[in-house]
Design a protein around this ligand. Structure first.
Ligand code: HGY
Ligand code: MN
Ligand code: MN
Ligand code: MN
Length: 436
């Protein structure tokens, strides 16, 4: 890994370069605003779903900016986009940075975007400062970090990290309109069929480091008035899909003893998730039911089917797995007591946490110091593409404050000053990782 005390080639560059770092804050703000217009819902909300028309337009917008920054562009079969600045020792493994631009329904315009537009601006800052990369630098736009369309989070980075099971599941997965993954990918100009997928896998050691700039999506930095968060670990996410089935029937005519209400079974399970999370005894255990659908969805018809999706996480993998096991037990008990059928209890993903690479967090601390920016070590409770890049490369993340920690809603906001600070720390960190 990166040496803890910097070789003089690095420290000499970074000390005097810092003064010449200039972020085009106005231009960056304009890009953030323009990109947010590629949305299926009205401003200030952003909705940008994998392979939708808006997603394709936004991808074009980013590729254009990458081109203007002199990056050579390649796209893989699922639409991960790589913009490369060749270093003067191109045979060395490259340093990569990036994030995502897809946005869940009615969300904001900074989640992910700050780490893509900010990475491209970091390249521009380095070019303006006369920096020459030793290791090539690569900006990555990851396909579909959000689970919205096919229920799979970090689809692009999971494949880059070589997830065979995911590759298999893409052959059969369909979205809520019954469109298959490959029909959607083909329509956006990407993969035709499963033969195209293995080429997405990156070999271990493809990168000497991967770093991601992202809004904190929590309130700590803003509350403590700290400019930069340096992530030490990313919490372990899991998602579960559950279906209950009952007889349904007339909401007036069927007497209570004769009912097996799939909707109430789902409601009881949702509260059981909360109970099992709170039983963990740790503030780091979280869980919610973000999707709850009732069929037929008529006020005077007893739900004959219910579909719920559970998101539970913890920085401690064992505690998170205990919540999953207890939830599964509760689902079985609730189904028995209510005479409904538990027709599906499917764990979609149950991922371990990821630890940041110590040498990268040290480089980030040095960069923040040299830029005179207050900073602190912290964990990420949200997951990111970094969680999967950590499986094939040393990883680190830079956080910037966001308004009241709001995220995944239109009120999401980060000031251009905070974004510019993040861009400078990213740029300086990239020089350190590229020069050693
Ligand atoms: O849900 C998450 O943690 C990420 O923001 N998609
Ligand atoms: Mn998100
Ligand atoms: Mn994100
Ligand atoms: Mn289902």
């Amino acid at each position: 890994g990166y040496p803890t005390q910097e070789p003089d080639s690095v420290s000499s560059f970074s000390v005097d370069a810092v003064s010449s770092f200039s972020v085009d804050a106005q231009g960056l703000q304009k890009q953030i605003d323009e990109l947010s217009n590629f949305s299926d819902t009205p401003s200030p909300s952003v909705t940008r779903i994998l392979y939708s028309k808006m997603d394709v337009f936004a991808r074009r917008y980013i590729k254009n900016l990458m081109g203007l920054s002199g990056l050579s562009i390649r796209e893989d079969a699922v639409g991960n986009i790589f913009g490369r600045w060749e270093g003067y020792e191109p045979e060395l493994t490259a340093v990569a940075t990036g994030s995502h631009i897809d946005a869940i329904p009615y969300s904001g315009k900074y989640d992910g975007v700050v780490g893509v537009l900010g990475a491209i601006e970091a390249i521009n800052v380095l070019r303006r400062s006369g920096f020459k990369p030793r290791r090539s630098l690569e900006v990555i736009l990851f396909t579909s970090e959000e689970p919205t369309r096919f229920g799979i989070s970090c689809l692009g980075s999971r494949l880059l990290a070589g997830n065979e099971a995911l590759m298999k599941s893409l052959e059969t997965v369909v979205d809520s309109q019954n469109i298959s993954f490959f029909d959607a990918a083909r329509a956006a100009g990407y993969a035709n069929d499963e033969e195209d997928l293995p080429s997405v896998f990156l070999k271990k050691g493809s990168y000497s480091a991967f770093v991601e700039l992202h809004i904190e999506q929590g309130p700590i930095l803003e509350e403590e008035g700290i400019s930069i968060g340096i992530v030490t670990a990313i919490a372990a996410p899991a998602s579960i899909k559950v279906d209950f089935e009952g007889n349904g029937g007339h909401a007036g005519a069927v007497l209570m003893p004769n009912r097996n209400d799939a909707g109430l079974a789902a409601a009881e399970l949702a509260l059981a998730v909360e109970k099992h999370v709170l039983e963990s005894g740790s503030i780091d255990t979280v869980g919610t039911v973000g999707i709850l659908e009732l069929h037929p969805g008529a006020i005077n018809s007893i739900p004959s089917k219910s579909h719920l999706e559970i998101d539970t996480r913890d920085i401690n993998e064992m505690r998170r797995n205990t919540v999953i096991e207890k939830t599964h037990q509760s689902a079985i008990t609730i189904a028995k007591n209510r005479g409904v059928r538990l027709s599906e209890f499917k764990i979609i993903n149950q991922d371990p946490p990821a630890l940041s690479d110590k040498s990268i967090t040290k480089a980030m601390q040095a960069a923040s110091q040299e830029l005179n920016l207050s900073h602190k070590l912290m964990i990420s409770r949200a997951y990111h593409d970094s969680l999967f890049m950590a499986r094939i490369s040393p990883m680190g993340m830079i956080f910037i404050p966001c308004y009241k920690g709001y995220s995944h809603k239109p009120e999401e906001y980060a000031s251009i000053e905070d974004i510019a600070n993040g861009v400078k720390v990213l740029a300086l960190t990239l020089t350190k990782l590229s020069l050693y």
